[in-house]
Design a protein around this ligand. Structure first.
Ligand SMILES: Nc1ncnc2c1ncn2[C@@H]1O[C@H](COP(=O)(O)OP(=O)(O)OP(=O)(O)O)[C@@H](O)[C@H]1O
Length: 240
């Protein structure tokens, strides 16, 4: 479970995220939807301890990210929206690096690497350096690295962007399976359609504020009844 209380982040005196309250329950796929610049990445960076909060608190499975960052970081796996990292490593070296960092035992590691990379169709490329990979392949190796240690809480920033349809389907299935095991899946997107396909619950963020939080059915009703949300809906459906 993720609990965000009154989280605030300012850049140059201007609030990118203001007094944000959000509880992400276990056992559901939770979508964090908002147009470009709404504050999604800033929120995720606060959740993952990359950016310090200016006010408020965030906890992962009850562990506070500001006061107990090491323990909190063991609760989750995070897939960032940009994946240009460790380009000189071969795919297998990259995954072994993650296996070492998170102490994944050799036999589990071998099995997991095979399962993940075969599912994503990058198994054959594991002996190539990552700089030779396409954007989609880089995204897939990053996701594989994060899932290698089987974190309870998944935090994924625009995870489907740049993935081919088959890999996108595979990742969505993995997200469904993880939630079905009673674990937490939180992901951000600026595409309404993705939320419609995948989510049990959604929060809509705009200009640093949560404008709506509820089930998919409730979201559709709100879109029809609320003028401001209707405008936002148009903006969200114009993207990709
Ligand atoms: N490091 C930074 N310095 C200054 N302003 C920033 C910084 N990071 C984000 N912002 C501003 O904060 C606001 C929220 O940005 P954020 O990246 O969180 O939005 P987003 O919803 O993730 O958008 P996108 O879908 O485009 O990634 C924007 O106005 C952005 O310009």
């Amino acid at each position: 479970m993720i609990e965000i209380k009154q989280a605030t982040k300012n850049f140059a005196g201007k609030a990118a995220v203001k007094d944000l309250d959000l509880t992400v329950p276990d056992g559901k796929i939770f979508g964090f939807l908002g147009p470009n610049g709404a504050g999604k990445s800033t929120t995720i960076k606060m959740m993952t301890g990359i950016l310090p909060l200016d006010a408020g608190s965030i906890s992962m499975n009850g562990v506070d990210i500001s006061t107990d960052p090491m323990k909190a970081k063991h609760q989750f796996g995070y897939v960032p929206d940009r994946s240009d990292i460790f380009l000189r490593l071969k795919g297998m070296e990259y995954l072994n690096f993650f296996g070492d960092v998170f102490d994944v035992p050799p036999n589990v590691r071998k099995e997991k690497i095979e399962y993940l990379t075969k599912s994503f169709d990058i198994y054959e490329a594991l002996n190539d350096q990552i700089h030779t990979y396409s954007h989609g392949m880089r995204q897939k190796i990053v996701v594989s690295g994060v899932l290698l240690h089987d974190p309870d809480v998944w935090i994924l920033d625009e995870p489907l962007t740049g993935l081919d349809p088959k890999s996108s389907y595979t990742l969505k299935e993995m997200m469904r399976e993880h939630a079905a095991k009673g674990k937490t899946v939180f992901f951000s997107t600026h595409v309404l359609e993705v939320v419609e396909q995948l989510c049990d619950e959604v929060a809509i963020i705009n200009k640093g504020h949560v404008q709506f939080r509820g089930s998919m059915k409730e979201m559709k009703q709100q879109f029809q009844e609320d003028n401001n949300l209707e405008k936002l809906f148009l903006e969200l459906t114009q993207n990709e």
